[in-house]
Design a protein around this ligand. Structure first.
Ligand code: DGL
Length: 270
């Protein structure tokens, strides 16, 4: 039994989709969320920069005495997870493997589609993992960089969102897609729109739900679940304005933030 918090991090606010699922599945766990809001977005940045930022956040969470780390960002999971594993002795999981396993199950004989940021898609991490688990699998991957600002501007139900989907995924309608991996933390908020656009036949794989399940499994396997029964505490760290974070966080969580939100400044910044 271990009452220390679980550390969850993302480049910004998007990882709250993962935080929300973890909270629902593990109501008694204490959770710390870190959003690097001063340096978001990571999706168009270089491998070296993403790895450096991810190492800094992992170190920060270690200093907060967390018991495990969840990389709630597809871009960081794709680019930096292997490096982070060599830098920390804590259990650490990303969002890719849970999503890949669920997609293979759901796709049947169909093609698996993957959509994410430029960095995630260009890394080939999803394509490589899917092929490793099933060598015969057909994969079509597409970077959809405009979808992140669409969500952050709360335009999920707008004509702009629909046209953006048409531009990125129009040709997916002509392929026999069995499952589509939403390989970006923001995309679960576009689930309904994507479902309407591609039709009921395509199973949407939300890595946030799959990751939460894997977090639970890891806590049980390592016997590090909390022994508390009351609701777990929540604490948030951001690197830019806590007020802006709290405002947009409410859209992601479907409720206001329930714990304190503290600003963390990187040394040498500004
Ligand atoms: N959190 C990022 C991801 O899941 C999206 C936002 C960004 O580009 O930093 O890939």
């Amino acid at each position: 039994m271990d009452n220390r918090p679980i550390g969850i991090f993302d480049s910004g606010v998007g990882g709250l989709t993962v935080f929300k699922e973890i909270r629902e599945l593990l109501p008694a766990e204490n959770l710390i969320y870190f959003g690097d809001t001063a340096r978001v977005p990571y999706g168009g940045k270089s491998v070296q920069v993403i790895q450096k930022f991810a190492s800094e956040i992992t170190h920060f969470l270690e200093m907060q005495n967390v018991k495990m780390i969840v990389v709630a960002c597809n871009t960081v999971s794709a680019i930096a997870l292997h490096k982070l594993k060599s830098e920390t002795s804590l259990p650490i999981i990303g969002v890719i493997d849970p999503g890949v396993r669920a997609a293979i199950k759901a796709a049947g004989a169909g093609t698996v589609g993957v959509i994410g940021t430029r960095a995630t898609i260009n890394s080939g991490a999803y394509q490589e993992r899917l092929n490793r688990l099933r060598s015969s699998i057909k994969v079509v991957a597409r970077a959809c960089p405009l979808l992140v600002p669409v969500v952050e501007e709360n335009l999920m139900n707008s004509e702009i969102a629909r046209l953006t989907l048409e531009m990125y995924l129009g040709d997916f309608k002509k392929i026999d897609i069995g499952a589509l991996i939403l390989a970006c933390t923001h995309y679960p908020l576009l689930k309904n729109l994507i479902k309407n656009f591609l039709g009921e036949k395509v199973t949407l794989v939300d890595s946030a739900c799959e990751t939460a399940r894997e977090v639970k499994e890891m806590l049980v396997a390592r016997r590090i679940s909390t022994e508390e029964v009351k609701s777990g505490k929540e604490k948030f760290f951001v690197t830019d304005s806590p007020e802006s974070f709290a405002a947009i966080a409410a859209d992601f969580l479907g409720r206001p933030l329930s714990g304190e939100c503290i600003t963390h400044s990187w040394q040498n910044d500004f």
